[in-house]
Design a protein around this ligand. Structure first.
Ligand code: SAM
Length: 240
């Protein structure tokens, strides 16, 4: 996933058009401040190309990011002058410091394959949390909220380039198999087609909650708009 510059750039172009990054960042900043009104620092784990980070930078004094893909992290660094963006795995990263808030957006945690990995990732994020800090994770769907057969489409025109994306998702045990096809029409390069298959684990609500509790956090699940997977919010309520 995102193993070269072209894939990272296609994601960046498509998702700027497809998602309301600014609105989502403002809502998550509000959620964080419900728990910690004076939060001024934020770490975005699996930050991708930095589209949320650009918006978070308007809400917090200091932001930073980490992503597994060096290509995604590079695009984030190019977008965000002066913002540290690290290449690292959410299960094992160690930046040697803490933040008032740590977030993991757009179901990126669903790319992990086992509950051991889920536990490791939540532990690693919690190690980066100040004593009175807030951890907010947007999960993937749960086994009972995922809709097998889900179809998604998006198309955009940007100058001399047209991009379309369609996907079809099925359920295989506790995994979503998402087949995605991209067609890009470019004035010079002509029409190119690419496809990928992503696997996202359908961890249960209890598995997420166990991961938070196992890291010493109190956890609450917040439902968001209909059809979206919601948010888990964790705090060290006993230490604040
Ligand atoms: C769907 S994209 C979301 C990116 C960004 N948060 C956004 O909202 O645009 C998923 C991201 O998770 C990253 N990712 C997947 N597995 C990861 C891991 N184990 N550690 C850190 N990042 C990971 C990918 O490289 C990718 O950038």
């Amino acid at each position: 996933m995102y193993e070269n510059k072209a894939e990272a750039e296609l994601y960046d172009r498509l998702y700027q058009d497809r998602k309301d990054y600014e609105g989502e960042a403002v809502r998550v900043a509000d959620l964080i401040r419900e728990h910690k009104q004076d939060a001024v620092t934020l770490l975005d784990v699996a930050c991708g190309t930095g589209l949320h980070l650009a918006a978070f930078a308007k809400c917090f004094d200091e932001v930073a990011g980490v992503d597994l893909s060096a290509w995604m992290a590079d695009l984030a660094s190019e977008r965000l002058a002066g913002v540290p963006v690290h290449q690292g795995d959410m299960r094992t990263f160690d930046l040697g410091r803490t933040f008032d808030s740590v977030v993991c957006m757009f179901s990126s945690i669903g790319y992990l394959r086992t509950t051991e990995d889920l536990d490791s990732a939540v532990r690693a994020m919690t190690r980066h949390l100040a004593d009175d800090g807030v951890l907010a994770i947007e999960p993937w769907y749960f086994p009972d909220t995922f809709l097998p057969g889900f179809v998604s489409t998006h198309a955009l025109k940007d100058g001399d380039q047209g991009i379309s994306r369609v996907s079809h998702s099925t359920q295989e045990g506790n995994v979503t198999r998402m087949e995605i096809h991209y067609v890009v029409a470019d004035a010079d390069a002509g029409v190119q087609h690419r496809s990928e298959v992503d696997h996202l684990t359908l961890f249960s609500r209890e598995e997420y909650e166990n991961a938070f509790r196992g890291s010493g956090l109190t956890v609450e699940y917040i439902e968001t708009e209909l059809g979206r997977p919601g948010f888990f919010v964790g705090t060290h309520s006993d230490r604040s």
